[in-house]
Design a protein around this ligand. Structure first.
Ligand SMILES: CC(C)(COP(=O)(O)OP(=O)(O)OC[C@H]1O[C@@H](n2cnc3c(N)ncnc32)[C@H](O)[C@@H]1OP(=O)(O)O)[C@@H](O)C(=O)NCCC(=O)NCCS
Length: 172
């Protein structure tokens, strides 16, 4: 797959695979988007000590500046491996232009290509439902910490990929 999902040479933002050179800017962006409470989230328990899926994590660049980020991580749900999405963040000045959705779609496409059966996340259903995420298939999936179960969402990437997702969610 080309690493550029949106046009890289136009004035539009480019969505590209995150490289090591982007890591610091991603941290700053995510800190700004979520504030100091970000490390207290249950989702963080699935990221600490884990390694992101490098080929499935993307940044949005505008004139070389990181203005958006999404990362995927390997987790298991009751023993079944799925990709866990988060954090997703877009610079406050660059929102409502479709970048958040473009980042999610890029991550899901890369995960599908890599053979992941489903993408799981904790987020607002009204936002993620338009991208094919739903809560029902993961009603029995248990986050490692207090979580509103209605915010645990999944999108199948393959036929039946969202089936049998019950039990504890753990970092791989
Ligand atoms: C959520 C976020 C990534 C969306 O980025 P974005 O580039 O603006 O997203 P898109 O352009 O694809 O979608 C924008 C639309 O989603 C809506 N939207 C954004 N967040 C929403 C939410 N939490 N619930 C419902 N709708 C939401 C916007 O109002 C907008 O609606 P419109 O198309 O009718 O104008 C961005 O607002 C952000 O970084 N927020 C702070 C961090 C965060 O909450 N991340 C998600 C955690 S699960």
């Amino acid at each position: 797959m080309s690493s550029s999902v949106l046009a890289a040479s136009s004035p539009l933002p480019a969505v590209v695979v995150e490289g090591p050179q982007h890591a610091r800017a991603v941290e700053v962006l995510v800190d700004r988007a979520f504030g100091p409470g970000r490390f207290a989230k249950s989702s963080e328990r699935l990221r600490e000590g884990n390694h992101k899926l490098d080929d499935c994590s993307f940044v949005a660049l505008l004139d070389g500046r990181v203005i958006g980020s999404v990362r995927l991580w390997p987790v298991t749900v009751g023993g079944k491996r799925v990709a866990f999405l988060g954090p997703l963040a877009v610079d406050a000045d660059e929102r409502r232009h479709g970048l958040g959705q473009a980042l999610v779609e890029a991550a899901c496409a890369a995960a599908a290509k890599a053979g992941w059966p489903a993408v799981l996340l904790v987020g607002d259903a009204p936002y993620f439902a338009r991208m094919g995420f739903s809560a029902a298939p993961v009603a029995q999936a248990i986050m490692p910490g207090p979580t509103d179960q209605r915010r645990v969402l999944v999108r199948a990437l393959a036929e039946g990929g969202d089936e049998g997702l019950a039990g504890p969610i753990r970092a791989v």
